[in-house]
Write a protein that binds this ligand. Sequence first.
Ligand SMILES: *Cc1c(COP(=O)(O)O)cnc(C)c1O
Length: 434
Amino acid sequence: MPEPLTPDALLALDRQHVWHPYGPMPGTAAPLLVESASGVRLRLGEPVEGRDELVDGMSSWWSAVHGYNHPVLNDAAHGQLERMSHVMFGGLTHEPAVRLAKRLVDITPEPLQHVFLADSGSVSVEVAVKMCLQYWRSLGKPRKQRLLTWRGGYHGDTWQPMSVCDPDGGMHELWQGVLPRQIFAEAPPAGFGAEPDAAYAAHLRELIGRHAEELAAVIVEPVVQGAGGMSFHSPAYLRVLREACDEHGVLLVLDEIATGFGRTGALFAAEHAGIAPDVMCLGKALTGGYMTLAATLCTTAVADGISRGALPVLAHGPTFMGNPLAAAVADASIGLLLSQDWQQEVKRIEAGLRDGLAPAARLAGVREVRVLGAIGVVQLDHEVDMAAATRAAVREGVWLRPFRDLIYTMPPYITGDEDVARICAAVCAAAREG
Ligand SMILES: *Cc1c(COP(=O)(O)O)cnc(C)c1O
């Protein structure tokens, strides 16, 4: 065992050498040191604001739906570790990947029959885009190579995904002339339960029709736009996209990396609209937050199209494709989710968030409070003071990571009522002080 490092030494080395998400080097705000995590609690290596434990309001960026250190997922990881943690996927296969693929095909919309396992959400979006472009090339339509999306979206940080992130929030300015230029519709009108706006539906149809010749695919996050602004929209617009794509010969990609596995109250957000995409991306909660894994699913029509081309293969194959350890944990995580009344848990959390966040609507500086499934959002009328808001939440014993004008939570589904109330109190405190 290496010599243990003190918390101070770790934080000093972190500052000197370690890059953090969306941060400068060296970092400006010191991260909190986590020593371990169990259930819904993060145990800190060094107390902060008098707290040595925090209730996790973030599920580690939507992923840890069953909480931390879960015995079922631990068993799956240990069991697989003793057989093999990894073998290459070229020319070899194994039970964890096959079982996982079959399970994903069984639980996603029926037309999705084929599974490409990728190593992160962004890569699964790259693969989805490659599938769509290659499909049209194979069919002799190489001009169909652009993408259409609506504003306010987020699809990851590698190049193709970045090109369909919201152009205002997504640093497009910085990458003008470098990113592929995609086609942007206006952001969908807000409100999951709002009456669909006929003028907006017409706008979507018109744009898809006008650009059909050069469009390979429409790609959107269904029902909830996550990291692009935490906004909800009517599932009716997904039906509009499905119809317009069918009418004009354009593929539809649904990025369910954030919404998949029950977060919005449906197992997949596409179910709210009763539609099936041609390609679907999954990630985040796929392994219950244990490790990185993502998947791109497609229909038989897309797979057949690609396989009829001059290059009759999908030209993609990450080194760690199909990683057995990740696949075994993912299969166990989905099994665990489906073995319980998860809809009831999500509904229970939804009710707790509605109750607990209602007082925030009366605070000065709050523009809107919205809740859908196990997602609670308080939108301010100004940019959050990150340091002050985070400190306020920590003082309440809760971990939150606000961004832009948003203080939000998507707790693990195992979060008990008292902890949901505590998270809501922390969101309110962060809204008051941030
Ligand atoms: C997080 C996210 C991604 C990117 O996934 P990574 O694993 O971070 O690469 C893509 N799309 C959506 C909708 C996401 O929420």
